[in-house]
Design a protein around this ligand. Structure first.
Ligand code: AN7
Length: 415
């Protein structure tokens, strides 16, 4: 039995009802299962012998007819033990879950494989989203694979070039709106409510978040059936932190791990309404009017899933941090140079946040920490100016030797 349940008043909605907010009180919805039924299904299932991927966890997901699944091979991303990074930061064990390894280069693919599959189940012909970039690239790819019309609204002039190119290449209809992400999101919500045939796939859609929770399952499985002590991730619209927390609590509830991690949400200083609320000890989030940060993916002032995110942070005894643009770019460069992982600025904010926490003594040296790197570095070529310029020389050996200070090897004479 699968239902869409209101996180505020508990009102239940049928699994196949096309609804984005509670019909009674207007709050967010969440997918709820009969967990006894799920446990029984797991007993009979071969899920543990399947390769790491979103669909390894099909028994934990709200799709029963697997013949309709729209997949591009999402999930199964690396959990990299980053010893050099850990040493620089001053911790023993830091892992980076590298979501840039997904088909369109971000964690959004986990949600879209489930969300677009649900769109097909519901017989929808058009899908829509507002996006700071990655959501649009991902939705466009899955819509192409499924043969659906795809419409995306993006804030004009403020999205990373690589993401825009992806969405265009996959054939989406892209509208740049004069306004920021928050205004674009309000518009697509209204559009999908006025046009029943247009299916909304922002993270308000609880089916999408079901796909994203697989990241938490994978981390536990990659750690050999254990949850980490702490999970650090960037927070924008706050869907992902909510999805991950749901994943961890489900694994715990089903007896697949015996502890839960503390969740740390990291926001850029100029777009940090959730971190501000946590620091104030407030139960409400005050939107930021004009959010600004170099990490355009998380340039969001009015996070729609704020209530779920506050719950994830408080229930897990976690916290939220802010980082400056300078700290984000420094962390991006450090991760690339120490570990060979090139991630986009928003993703690097998790490393920057972790570093600040260590400096403030808020984290124990012995903890096992997982930082989520949400998207690939190549998506945002504009910030690449920071990586420096190549050297230049004539194409002969002597010039290169002189330039790089390479001394000539001693001649070995034949005796
Ligand atoms: C790389 O694409 O909101 O807190 O429209 O692209 O779940 O919103 C992107 C968000 C973190 C924040 N890292 O996740 C969009 C969009 C990267 C991102 C986030 C995003 P949420």
């Amino acid at each position: 039995m699968i239902r869409q349940v209101c996180i505020n008043c508990g009102e239940e909605h049928e699994a196949d009802e096309i609804v984005y907010f509670c019909r009674r009180c207007g709050d967010l919805l969440e997918i709820e299962y009969d967990y006894e039924e799920m446990a029984e299904r797991l007993e009979r299932s071969d899920w543990r012998s399947l390769p790491l991927s979103v669909w390894r966890y099909r028994d934990f997901l709200p799709i029963r007819d697997l013949s309709k699944v729209v997949s591009l091979n999402e999930g199964g991303t690396g959990l990299h033990l980053c010893s050099r990074l850990a040493k620089v930061i001053g911790l023993k064990r830091v892992y980076v879950k590298n979501e840039g390894e997904n088909p369109t280069g971000s964690f959004k693919d986990r949600g879209m494989t489930v969300g677009v599959t649900k769109a097909l189940e519901l017989n929808m012909k058009t899908v829509i989203c507002a996006s700071t970039g990655n959501t649009s690239a991902s939705l466009a790819a899955y819509a192409a694979k499924a043969g659906l019309r795809c419409i995306v609204l993006v804030p004009s002039g403020k999205i990373a070039y690589g993401k825009l190119v992806q969405a265009l290449a996959y054939g989406a209809e892209i509208v740049q709106v004069r306004g920021n992400f928050d205004q674009a999101l309000r518009t697509v919500i209204e559009l999908s409510e006025r046009h029943g045939e247009v299916y909304l796939l922002n993270s308000i859609n609880p089916y999408r978040l079901e796909g994203q929770k697989s990241l938490a399952y994978e981390v536990c499985d990659q750690l050999g059936g254990r949850a980490p002590d702490r999970v650090v991730l960037p927070v924008g619209n706050a869907g992902n932190i909510s999805a991950l927390w749901k994943g961890f609590t489900e694994f715990y509830r089903l007896g697949l791990v015996d502890s839960l991690p503390r969740m740390v949400g990291v926001q850029a200083e100029g777009a940090s309404p959730i971190a501000q609320a946590i620091k104030r000890g407030s139960n409400v989030v005050t939107p930021v009017e004009s959010p600004e940060t170099v990490a355009t993916a998380i340039r969001i002032g009015a996070p729609v899933s704020w209530k779920k995110a506050l719950r994830a942070i408080r229930d897990s005894d976690g916290t939220a941090e802010t980082v400056t643009d300078e700290e984000i770019l420094e962390a991006q460069s450090m991760l690339a140079r120490c570990e060979g992982l090139f991630v986009e600025p928003a993703s690097a904010s998790s490393i920057a946040g972790l570093k600040n926490m260590v400096e403030l003594g808020e984290i124990d040296r012995d903890e096992t920490v997982v930082c989520v790197a949400t998207g690939h570095g190549l998506k945002d070529p504009d910030v690449m100016r920071r990586v420096g310029k190549p050297l230049e020389a004539d194409a002969d050996v002597q010039s290169i030797e002189r330039l790089l200070g390479l001394t000539r090897p001693p001649r070995i004479e034949a005796s």
